[in-house]
Write a protein of this length. Sequence first.
Length: 281
Amino acid sequence: MTLAQVGGLKRMKTTSRRRERASTSSLLEIERGNGPFVATSLHSAHQVRPSLLPKLALNDADRLREEDPFTDLWTVVCPTRLVPCRSRFEVDLNRPPTGAVYLKPEDAWGLRVWHEPLDDGTLAKTMREYRAYYAEMLEILNDLEQRYGKFVVFDLHSYNHRRAGAWAEPADPELNPEVNVGTGSMNRARWARVVDRFMDDLRRFDFMGSSLDVRENVRFQGGYLCRWVHEHFPVTGCALALEFKKFFMDEWSGEADPRAVAAIRAALESTLPGLREELAR
């Protein structure tokens, strides 16, 4: 399965759930529904605004390898979803404002992103996109807080584990769980029942005849979005940074296993009843 086939998978959404509002712009795809859950995929997009394309020094394959393709398909498990439509190489929404644009190779795993430094006007336009995302997220989370008291954010990502090359051995699985749950910025004691229930239910899910290796804060502790949620909603918001190892795809070719992509979506959906129970306690 390639990115060109994503449209077909998107039609696999659950249609029985009532959506209150859906909107799509060149920046964000937003759907609002009923329930204390919201999902976002900050790095799923590959699109860059046309005026930036001549400035890019990276080719499509190098960009795609560091993006999180297919994670947007998993956002449909939540009744409310916020999906950015721009590549992280245009603006990285999971970094603080001062680091949201990769200006130097050290900002982007040693990759040279731009042919030449971006001018102030270009940077200003890009940062307007950044602020638009966080303004929408703030409005959504304020609404969920008012309606439900507490809420959970699924911050969906994927990560590479074959950086040595397409034919090289994968990274040590002891240090690279299939699912890394990042909780570094939250009050862990406050949200212990929610986090533990989520991880337990995800492990118990029958994942194509096996079980997922789910561990906490092994590779990642969560990025800026989770920290932002916990700073703005310290008592009512639980943001889970969910990093799926790219075992469901070939990170070098961009090809994915449709069965594994769909199984991850089902696994995530299976955790919602338990999360709802814990939030109600």
